[in-house]
Every structure is written in structure tokens, then in C-alpha cells.
Design a protein around this ligand. Structure first.
Ligand SMILES: [Zn+2]
Length: 261
């Protein structure tokens, strides 16, 4: 069995002291590849160093909506240069809209649109962060698809309703579930996870955040993507091996990964 954790932040300080142990545990959990997300371009060097060190790690470069105020007139060039200079850059992001924690809606939208243009230009998939903003995001993406063209991507750490899930499936997106789907009160998210077609489903930890049951409340780490996979397999009534194969194939397809096994 092979699993891919499609969204990690192991460059954060909380992992500094025991990364080798964390690697041992993800290997034991049969996690064969990580896709590292990026909150802001200043992280690029540290993420690149992790990819040098660990090998089976691809990554994104982009600016998170909650850091939208950090966009400057050099950010676009920075993202473009990083993405072009390192073949391990497999996506642009994370980008998106977060109306739950911030009210700079206009600024977030501008920064999102700028990154959509970069991804379209480079023909790279996007990693979308969306919280309490599904309707606005749908409108922005639909307009972009019409005016500029389609971009492939993933709705990461997805927590939307089945209706919202269908919107983004219709736009061509993959839908990625994190540990949140395992929580007891996550009925709506579980309903969404049931309607995602086999060829659009992805799994992630979003570590260090949001550890799945039975690790809830602890620091999260890539090995725990196994718990997300097991939960989704049960929920969708398929063997864990089948779910692992499907989600790994999907990750390879979206991010153009080739696993060196
Ligand atoms: Zn993230």
C-alpha cells in the first residue's frame, strides 16, 4: 500500500527537533510521498531544503489568503521565478479566500486572481484554501475560467456542504479531506466525502494542524494521513487498499508526480 499526504507544513518550528522520528513514522505508515504547501514565498528556501533532505517531497509556492497583505509588487516575479527554477514545484498555492478569520475580502480576491494568472501561465495546478467563502470563490473561479481559461486544482482541507462540493467538482477540482472529516461533529463534511467521485478524491493531514481521531488535539504529522484514509475507506465502504490506490493515483495525476519505488 502507498499513501500520499497532499498537504503538509513540516517546515514549521514545532517539527524542528524530531523530524527524523517523524519521517520514520510516516514511512512505517506507508506514506511514500509528501506535497508541501506554502503560506508565503519567504518559506521557499526552507521548504526546498526539506525536499533536498527527504527526497520524496514536492512542494508549492504561493501566498495564503490570511497573509494577503504581504503581497508586494515583487511577489509575482518571486513566485514565477521559484516555480520555474525548481522542478519539484508542482503547484501554486496555497491561495484562496478566508472570510472566517479576516475581513480584507477585496485584497484577498486580488491576491487570489494574481496567483490564478500565474498558475494559468505556467500550466500548474493550484492548492485552494477556502473558509466561509465558497460562494464568492465559486464566482471568482467561474469568471476566471470564462475569461482566461481553466486551471486544475484541489480544494484542500475541505469542509464544505455537499452542494458546495458539487460546485467545485463541476469546476473540475479534486477534493482533499483532512483529519477534520474524522471528527464526531463533522456530519456535513462526511456527507460531502461520500459524493466525491473515486477519481477526484485526495487525502492530507495539513499538519501540524487538525490531527485526526484518534490523535485529535495533538500535534499532527504526515503518518496520521493513514487515519484519514482508514476513516474515508470505511465511510465510502471500500477496502483501505482500494482507497489508498485511488487517492495516490489521483495525487500523481494532479501534481504530475512519479513515485520512485
Ligand atoms: Zn495549509
Amino acid at each position: 500500500m502507498q499513501l500520499i499526504d497532499t498537504h503538509v507544513h513540516i517546515n514549521f518550528d514545532v517539527f524542528e527537533s524530531d523530524l527524523e522520528d517523524i519521517k520514520t513514522r510516516w514511512q512505517q505508515a506507508q506514506v511514500v510521498h509528501l506535497v508541501h504547501s506554502c503560506v508565503e514565498p519567504s518559506e521557499f528556501k526552507s521548504i526546498q531544503a526539506l525536499a533536498d533532505h527527504f527526497g520524496n517531497l514536492s512542494f508549492a509556492v504561493g501566498l495564503h489568503p490570511l497573509d494577503a497583505q504581504k503581497w508586494t509588487n515583487t511577489t509575482e516575479t518571486e513566485i514565477l521565478n521559484y516555480a520555474k527554477s525548481d522542478q519539484r514545484v508542482v503547484a501554486i498555492g496555497e491561495m484562496g479566500l478566508d472570510f472566517y478569520k479576516a475581513s480584507n475580502h477585496q485584497q484577498q480576491q486580488q491576491v487570489l486572481e494574481a496567483q490564478l494568472r500565474i498558475a494559468h501561465q505556467l500550466q500548474k495546478p493550484i492548492i485552494i484554501h477556502c473558509r466561509d467563502a465558497a460562494q464568492k470563490l465559486k464566482d471568482v473561479l467561474e469568471l476566471f475560467w470564462q475569461q482566461t481559461g481553466e486551471v486544475k486544482g484541489v480544494m484542500h482541507c475541505w469542509s464544505g456542504t455537499p452542494e458546495e462540493t458539487q460546485w467545485f467538482l463541476d469546476l473540475g477540482f479534486y477534493i482533499s479531506f483532512s483529519g477534520v472529516v474524522t471528527f464526531k461533529n463533522a456530519k456535513t463534511i462526511q456527507d460531502s466525502a461520500k459524493i466525491v467521485p473515486n477519481d477526484r478524491l485526495l487525502i492530507e493531514t495539513d499538519c501540524p494542524f487538525l490531527a485526526p481521531v484518534p490523535k485529535r488535539g495533538k500535534r499532527n504529522e504526515p503518518a496520521n494521513v493513514r487515519h484519514v484514509a482508514e476513516f474515508l475507506a470505511k465511510l465510502r465502504d471500500v477496502p483501505i487498499e482500494t482507497l489508498a490506490q485511488q487517492t495516490t493515483d489521483n495525487a500523481c495525476q494532479l501534481f504530475n508526480l512519479s513515485l520512485d519505488d
